[in-house]
Design a protein around this ligand. Structure first.
Ligand SMILES: Cc1cc2nc3c(=O)[nH]c(=O)nc-3n(C[C@H](O)[C@H](O)[C@H](O)COP(=O)(O)O)c2cc1C
Length: 182
């Protein structure tokens, strides 16, 4: 059993990425594992002047990440990169220097876009950040998901056309997490 933090890079109420992330946690491969969604909308804009006195939502995010076995980032692509809210969350929990909550935590990167390249460029930028943060990140399979009717069923599960592929991605990520357990 693993405890996984899910970070969704969209604050939109009807976010496709949020819906997809929730469906991901309902896949058979998720069974027996704990998934906790991080509340990144509550975080302040990162300000280095606050490093010595971090706001409670920052402390809460860092504690949550530290208590986990791994992190899944489910993110849209904004202007060919990651959304600012996601970078803000990453920056907040990475500081003060030497006290990053992310270090060593296995990461999975996945995302949903209305566009044909399915967040590929956003994910590539995110991988660059995660490498610097020393997060061992699932390399393959890659998962670039395009939003289409039927991706999520009315009851909030991954549709049958995608469930096999996405379930395989989740299994590969959870195996990476297992390999990094002490
Ligand atoms: C500011 C902004 C920039 C966007 N840039 C891209 C982009 O570079 N590539 C892309 O495929 N979609 C882009 N989109 C469209 C998003 O894929 C779409 O809005 C998607 O629904 C966002 O994810 P969400 O539903 O989880 O909020 C952009 C949307 C916004 C609001």
């Amino acid at each position: 059993m693993s405890k996984i933090v899910v970070v969704v890079g969209s604050l939109r109420a009807e976010s496709y990425n949020r819906q997809f992330a929730e469906a991901l946690t309902r896949l058979p491969a998720a069974s027996g594992h704990e998934f906790v969604f991080a509340d990144i909308g509550a975080l302040p804009l990162y300000d280095q002047d606050d490093d010595g006195d971090q706001a409670q939502p920052v402390k809460d995010l860092k504690a949550l990440v530290r208590s986990s076995d791994g992190v899944i980032f489910v993110t849209p692509e904004y202007n060919r990169s990651i959304p600012g809210v996601l970078k803000n969350a990453i920056d907040n929990a990475s500081r003060p220097y030497g006290d990053s909550a992310w270090a060593g935590k296995p990461a999975g990167v996945i995302g949903v876009s209305v566009g044909a390249i399915g967040t590929a460029l956003s994910q590539q930028h995110l991988r660059n950040v995660l490498a610097y943060l020393d997060m061992p990140t699932l390399g393959a399979p890659e998962a670039f998901i395009q939003w289409k009717d039927g991706l999520i069923t009315p009851d909030g599960t991954v549709g049958e056309q995608s469930a096999g592929f996405v379930g395989g991605w989740l299994e590969a990520f959870l195996a990476l997490v297992d390999r990094h357990k002490d």
